[in-house]
Ligand binder design. Structure first.
Ligand code: GDP
Ligand code: MG
Length: 176
């Protein structure tokens, strides 16, 4: 017997931090330097064999355009099982705006049992080397705002992409 799980996973954060690139890399294993500003919401589906007895369907919701307003509608957050919040390590504003993003998430997103939805903080573009913010600050922010953790990623160099999603999946499975 194989159990099937379906998880809606959101990826949010300021424009240009690398959200769409992350989804493309994770789902299609590609990276493109061309920025395509889509409008609306893009969905990507990834099917994984998690264990001998468990199959997962991850529905990745990528915002496109509306993130300029640093807030999303309740419909977008509805029934989400997990969330990736991303900033760009070379842009301090994208990090400081994570406070607002997390508040938006926490105010609009709740599991049926009232628990907070697991959220992981992604410090993307770590291939650039130049950090505009201190890692201790990121660490502190992650703990104070109840993230399950944070991780450096580089979509460009394919660093920690699969791992970040695995950490989130583990947490979602515990609560499923
Ligand atoms: P979104 O607006 O958050 O969806 O961001 P995009 O995925 O469209 O990416 C914005 C720009 O950042 C594009 O030019 C990407 O190629 C670039 N980018 C994304 N991830 C990385 C990364 O890890 N490192 C570097 N150097 N550039 C990246
Ligand atoms: Mg995008």
């Amino acid at each position: 017997m194989v159990s099937n799980f379906l998880f809606k996973v959101l990826i949010v954060g300021d424009p240009l931090v690398g959200k769409t690139s992350f989804v493309q890399r994770y789902v299609n294993k590609t990276f493109s330097k061309h920025y395509r500003a889509t409008v609306g919401v893009d969905f990507a589906l990834k099917v994984l064999r998690w264990s001998d007895t468990e199959t997962l369907r991850l529905q990745l919701w990528d915002v496109a355009g509306q993130e300029r307003f640093a807030s999303m509608t309740r419909l977008y957050y509805k029934d989400a099982a997990g969330c990736l919040l991303m900033f760009d390590v070379s842009s301090s504003n994208t990090f400081y705006n994570c406070i607002g993003w997390k508040q938006d998430l926490d105010s609009k997103m709740q599991q049926r049992d009232g628990q907070a939805v697991p959220c992981i903080l992604l410090a993307n573009k770590c291939d650039l080397g130049e950090w505009a913010i201190g890692q201790t600050e990121v660490d502190q922010f992650s703990r104070e705002h109840n993230f399950i953790g944070w991780m450096e990623t580089s979509v460009k160099e394919n660093r920690n992409i699969e791992k970040a999603v695995s950490v989130l999946i583990n947490e979602m499975m515990v609560r499923a």
